[in-house]
Design a protein around this ligand. Structure first.
Ligand code: HEM
Length: 524
C-alpha cells in the first residue's frame, strides 16, 4: 500500500485549519460588509430636486473616509479640489459632505446662507464636557448659543473687560521674556511652542479663573495636562461623532470610556475651582475674573437664558481647548517664517525699535502702532491656519452655484485651500506680510478670502485676544533676541498635533540677547 508520509497529513491538517480560518474570516467579513451596507450604504431618501456637486472617484463602501483619516486631511482635500474643482461632494460610507475650497464659494455661503450653516451638527458624546452637547462649540444655533456668543462679546472679551486684565498679561509677558533671557544667558536651546504655551496657558488661567503655574496647588498645570489629553482624543472624537448613530444601533459606545475619563477628571477639577469662586463671591460680592462673571450670570434671575453649571464647566474646557493651542501654533509658525525670511525679521525689528525704543519691553498697547507686526501675524495665520477645516451643517435645503443641497448635509470649508487659492492670492505659497499693509478698500476684499478665524456669525470670537497673545509674544522675541537655528535651516514640514495644524519638527533655537534689551524691568 502506498503510504503517504506523516508530514503530508500534518501539512493537510494545517491547510484545512488555515482554510477553515480563512473561510471563517471571509464569512465574518461578508457579514460585516452586509451590516455596513445596511447601516451606512442604503440609499438616502432623495429630497425632491436634490442635485449634489460632482463627487471625485472614491473607494468602495468607505467612500472618501481614508482622506479624512489621513494625517494631513486639509492637504489631501486641497489636492482633490485642485484636480476636480472648488465645489465637490465627498462621502463617508453613504453620508455626503459638501467640500468647499475657493474664496468665491465660501463667500457665497457666508453671505447668503450664514444662518443656514450656523450649526456644526457634530456632537461626540452628549454628556462629555469635552466637545459634548453642553459646550458652545457644538451647540446648535439657538437660544443657548446666542446667549453665550453675546455674553462673550459683551462681558468677557469686550475692550473694557480686556483692559481690566491688561496687568495680568503684562506680568506674564515679562515672565515670558525673563524665561527666554535665562535660556539666552545659559546658551540653551528653546522649544518655542513650549515657552509660548506656558505664557498663553498661564495668562488665560489667570484671566479666566485666577490661577497660574506658579501657584502651589498646580491647578493650571492640571488644566493644561487635561487639555493635552483632550487634544489627543480629537480624531477619536471625530470618528465617534461621525459613526455615533449607526454604531449606537449595534450597541457600540465608540471610545466613550476614554472620552468620559478625561471629561470626569476635568469635571472634578472645575467643580472644586467653582466652589471656591462661589464662596469668595458670597463674601466679597466682587467679580475678579471670567469665572466670577459667569457665576453672576448663573445667579441672575433676570438673565435672558438660564445657564447651567454643566454649561459653565463646558465653556471653560472649550476656552482652553480652543484658545491656547491655536495661539501657540500661530506663534510657532510665525516665528518659523520670520527666522526663515531675514528681510522680514530686519523690517520688523526696525519697526519695533523705532516705535517702542530700547528702554522698555514691548507691551500690548504698542500693537496699534506696529502695522508691520500685525501684518506678519496675519500672514502667519494665512499660511498656517491652526484650524484648517471649518465644519458646519446645512440645516435646510438650499441652492449653491446651481446645485441643490438637501437639509442636514455636512459642509466642510477647507480654509487652508481658500487661503492658498492661486485665483485669489498672488504668490499664494510665499510669506509676504506686505499684502496685509493695504488700503481700506483692499482690506474689505481681503476679509472675504481670509478665514483663519472661520466666517459668518459662527466665526471665532477670540480673534482680538489671540492677536494680543501672538503679537506680544512675537514682539518680545524679535525685540529682545537674535535666534540661532539648530542645523541652520527651519524645517517647515506640517504635522497634526491633536486638533491643530502644527510643525512636524517643533521649532527649536537658541536665543542670543540683544545688548540693549538685557535689563528690562517689568512694565508694571
Ligand atoms: C490664533 C488663535 C485662534 C484661531 C486661529 C482660532 C480659530 C477658530 C476657528 C477656525 C473657529 C471655528 C470658526 C468657524 O466655524 O467659522 C473658532 C471657534 C471658536 N474659537 Fe477660536 N481661534 C483662536 C483663538 C481663540 C481664542 C483666544 C478664543 C477665546 C478667548 C477662542 C474661542 C473660540 C470659540 C468659543 C469658538 C466657537 C465659536 C462658535 O462655535 O460659535 N478662539 N476659532
Amino acid at each position: 500500500m502506498f503510504h503517504l508520509p506523516l508530514h503530508f497529513w500534518d501539512t493537510m491538517a494545517t491547510m484545512i485549519l488555515v482554510d477553515f480560518q480563512t473561510c471563517f474570516i471571509l464569512i465574518l467579513l461578508c457579514f460585516f460588509s452586509l451590516l455596513c451596507y445596511s447601516l451606512f450604504f442604503k440609499k438616502q431618501k432623495n429630497s425632491p430636486g436634490y442635485d449634489l456637486p460632482l463627487s471625485p472617484p472614491s473607494l468602495p463602501i468607505i467612500g472618501h473616509l481614508h482622506l479624512l483619516l489621513s494625517s494631513l486631511t486639509h492637504k489631501s482635500l486641497q489636492k482633490l479640489s485642485s484636480k476636480y474643482g472648488p465645489l465637490l461632494h465627498i462621502r463617508i460610507f453613504n453620508v455626503p459632505i459638501i467640500l468647499v475650497s475657493s474664496a468665491s464659494v465660501a463667500y457665497e455661503i457666508f453671505k447668503s446662507h450664514d444662518v443656514n450653516v450656523s450649526s456644526r451638527g457634530v456632537a461626540a458624546i452628549d454628556e462629555s464636557l469635552v466637545f459634548g452637547s453642553s459646550g458652545i462649540i457644538h451647540a446648535p444655533y439657538g437660544d443657548y448659543w446666542k446667549f453665550m456668543k453675546k455674553f462673550i462679546a459683551t462681558k468677557l472679551l469686550r475692550p473694557d473687560a480686556l483692559e481690566r486684565s491688561r496687568g495680568i498679561r503684562a506680568e506674564e509677558l515679562h515672565r515670558f521674556y525673563s524665561s527666554l533671557l535665562d535660556k539666552a544667558r545659559k546658551n540653551e536651546s528653546v522649544e518655542i511652542s513650549k515657552e509660548a504655551m506656558k505664557f498663553i496657558n498661564n495668562t488665560l488661567c489667570r484671566m479666566s479663573m485666577g490661577r497660574s503655574f506658579s501657584e502651589e496647588n498646580g491647578e493650571a498645570e492640571r488644566v493644561r495636562g487635561l487639555v493635552v489629553e483632550s487634544y489627543n482624543l480629537t480624531k477619536k472624537m471625530f470618528l465617534a461623532s461621525l459613526l455615533r448613530r449607526p454604531l449606537k444601533k449595534l450597541g457600540i459606545p465608540l471610545f466613550k470610556k476614554e472620552i468620559m475619563s478625561v471629561s470626569d477628571r476635568l469635571d472634578e477639577l472645575l467643580e472644586s475651582i467653582l466652589v471656591e469662586h462661589r464662596e469668595e463671591l458670597d463674601m466679597n460680592h466682587q467679580d475678579k475674573d471670567m469665572m466670577d462673571v459667569l457665576l453672576a450670570a448663573y445667579r441672575d434671575e433676570e438673565a435672558e437664558y438660564k445657564i447651567t453649571m454643566n454649561q459653565i464647566k463646558a465653556f471653560f474646557v472649550e476656552l482652553f481647548v480652543g484658545a491656547t493651542d491655536t495661539s501657540v501654533q500661530t506663534t510657532q509658525w510665525t516665528m518659523a517664517e520670520i527666522i526663515s525670511n531675514p528681510n522680514v525679521l530686519e523690517r520688523l525689528r526696525e519697526e519695533i525699535d523705532s516705535a517702542v525704543g530700547s528702554s522698555r519691553l514691548i507691551q500690548e498697547t504698542d500693537l496699534p502702532n506696529l502695522p508691520y507686526l500685525q501684518a506678519v501675524v496675519k500672514e502667519g495665520l494665512r499660511l498656517h491656519p491652526p484650524g484648517p477645516l471649518l465644519v458646519r451643517t446645512f440645516q435646510e435645503r438650499c441652492e449653491i452655484k446651481g446645485y441643490y443641497i438637501p437639509e442636514k448635509t455636512r459642509l466642510v470649508i477647507n480654509a487652508y485651500a481658500v487661503m492658498r487659492d492661486p485665483d485669489s492670492w498672488e504668490d499664494p505659497d510665499e510669506f509676504k506680510p506686505e499684502r496685509f499693509l493695504s488700503t481700506k478698500e483692499e482690506e474689505k476684499e481681503l476679509v472675504l478670502k481670509y478665514l483663519p478665524f472661520g466666517g459668518g456669525r459662527r466665526g471665532c470670537p477670540g480673534g482680538n485676544l489671540s492677536q494680543i497673545f501672538v503679537g506680544t509674544a512675537i514682539g518680545v522675541m524679535v525685540q529682545c533676541f537674535e535666534w540661532k537655528i539648530e542645523g541652520g535651516k527651519v524645517n517647515m514640514e506640517e504635522g497634526f498635533e491633536g486638533m491643530n495644524l502644527s510643525m512636524a519638527h517643533p521649532l527649536k533655537c537658541v536665543p542670543v540677547a540683544r545688548p540693549q534689551t538685557l535689563s528690562f524691568t517689568s512694565n508694571l
